[in-house]
Design a protein around this ligand. Structure first.
Ligand code: E4P
Length: 234
């Protein structure tokens, strides 16, 4: 088990990230002991009611001690690069999120040459976009599965195809399944070979629950009380 800057289980199993900018959610999920990192974006910042990207990102880093993605808001390469220079200096755990556009590719190419060039290429909706960001030097390719499903497409197929392409040609870029809507997406992403899955807190809560577990536990405790009375186990 590795405990490096890229997650508790780096290099061993699929990493599990929380998709949120809500520090309380991060704190709760981290306490479960299964959280490797966090992804944020401007919409999630808006939902969390904060515009202080640096303070929020560093507060989250302090909790998870793993990869935390913070997104640029510039749309031109020069602006993205300038933002990335600042964001990546905040902490060794911070990844800069760059959208998959022409300007984004230029920025990824440049940032990937830096010694601290940790890049999460975002808003990916096709294996070709994933291929391009991998070629440009991104560390992660974030594929937005749920948004494709919402549009009647097969989002998970893009994860599968990207996995096959990266494996076929040996791209070191990691496949990140994003825009996860429900626990079945997580199962499919694991089976499709995603390196990382980022889930909203609600999905994480659903993943651990089963009515069979609750019923089973209730039954065990009831049976124990029958033989041992109401007291605790001696
Ligand atoms: C990924 O990093 C994004 O923050 C996220 O998964 C977007 O998903 P959405 O479709 O729920 O907005």
């Amino acid at each position: 088990m590795g405990a490096g800057p890229f997650g508790v289980w780096e290099g061993i199993v699929a990493l599990l990230f929380l998709d949120t900018a809500d520090v309380n959610e991060v704190r709760q999920a981290a306490a479960w002991g299964v959280l490797d990192g966090v992804t944020t974006n401007p919409t999630l910042m808006m939902r969390a009611g904060t515009a202080d990207l640096k303070a929020t990102t560093l507060e989250i880093v302090n909790i998870v001690q793993g990869p935390v993605s913070a997104e640029v808001i510039s749309t031109d390469a020069e602006g993205m690069i300038a933002e990335a220079r600042e964001i990546l200096n905040w902490s060794e755990h911070v990844f800069v999120k760059i959208p998959c556009t022409v300007e984004g590719l230029k920025a990824i190419r440049e940032i990937s040459r830096w010694p601290n060039g940790r890049i999460n290429a975002t808003l990916i909706f096709s294996p070709l976009q994933a291929y391009l960001v991998a070629k440009a030097g991104a560390t992660y390719a974030s594929i937005f599965v749920g948004r494709m499903d919402d549009a009647g497409l097969d989002g998970m197929e893009v994860v599968r195809q990207t996995r096959a392409i990266f494996d076929r040609y040996g791209f070191p870029c990691q496949v990140l399944a994003a825009s996860i809507r429900h626990p079945a997406h997580v199962v499919e992403a694991l089976l499709a070979g995603a390196d990382i899955i980022t889930v909203p807190f609600g999905v994480l809560q659903q993943m651990v629950r089963s009515p069979f577990t609750d019923a089973g536990l209730e039954r065990f405790l009831a049976d124990w009380r029958k033989v041992a009375g109401a007291g605790n186990r001696p």
